[in-house]
Ligand binder design. Structure first.
Ligand code: DC
Length: 229
């Protein structure tokens, strides 16, 4: 039997609350979290759309220029690329869409997959993304898959943007989220889907505290909290 790794995976579509929940769960368990969407967004911003026309070797060489590492724990976990803090510049829906397009490129996924697994070798992690439970950490100790309708997710994103003084058009946001869903769920490599052994949670009518509570109850019931302390 393969041994379980000290990783908790959270997968799900855009805007479902994965990053917030990964951060909160990591804080509760006092471990770090890995926002793999932020890694895809960072490479998307740096490589640009022209990455789509580069050959496999060129992409692999370009990705090899970037090294990610984590500092800190819980809510204070920070992601660095080549010693530079990854900041809010990656957080627009346009960068999300570009990341989703480039996430279909095999050598780019391979480069990030290697780095994601390497990061988990040295520390326990809450890892969130699209393929954490299915492809990157199939032996993760706990796996969660979150979902909610595109309308609910767009509304949450809009409220979040408004709280940051970035007014957003709800109809446009809903359309962008739908498009990203199609791209992420139908791509040939590592498409977004729940692992067979993931706990699936529909978050549509639940707030963050309720979802966090469900996750923690599940982890506690399996004696998991102690494993991460
Ligand atoms: O979670 P996010 O919105 O920050 O992710 C941005 C895009 O990156 C997402 O639409 C698809 C891609 N992605 C991926 O393919 N695999 C991951 N593990 C994480 C993100």
């Amino acid at each position: 039997m393969t041994s379980k790794t000290s990783v908790i995976t959270i997968d799900g579509p855009a805007g479902v609350g994965k990053t917030t929940l990964a951060r909160r769960l990591a804080e509760t368990l006092d471990i770090s979290y890995l926002d793999t969407g932020a890694m895809f967004r960072t490479l998307a911003l740096r490589l640009g759309l022209e990455a789509e026309t580069m050959n496999e070797d060129a992409i692999a060489n370009a990705c090899a220029q970037y090294h990610f590492h984590l500092k800190g724990h819980g809510e204070r976990t920070q992601l660095f690329v080549n010693e530079q803090l990854v900041g809010s510049e990656i957080r627009t829906e346009e960068v999300g869409m570009l990341a989703s397009r480039l996430a279909r490129i095999a050598p780019l996924r391979k480069a990030l997959a290697d780095m994601q697994r390497k990061l988990a070798e040295t520390q326990p992690l809450v890892a969130e993304g699209r393929d954490m439970g299915t492809v990157i950490f199939p032996n993760a100790r706990f796996k969660f898959f979150l979902d909610a309708s595109p309308e609910v997710r767009a509304l949450r994103r809009m409220r979040d943007a408004e709280n940051h003084d970035r007014p957003t058009d709800l109809a446009k946001l809903t359309e962008q989220i739908r498009l990203r869903d199609v791209q992420d769920r139908t791509r040939a490599i590592a498409p977004l889907k729940a692992a067979d052994d993931a706990i699936c949670i529909d978050t549509s009518d639940k707030d963050i505290d309720q979802v966090l509570g469900l996750m923690l109850r599940h982890i506690d019931a399996s004696g998991g909290s102690a494993l991460f302390r």
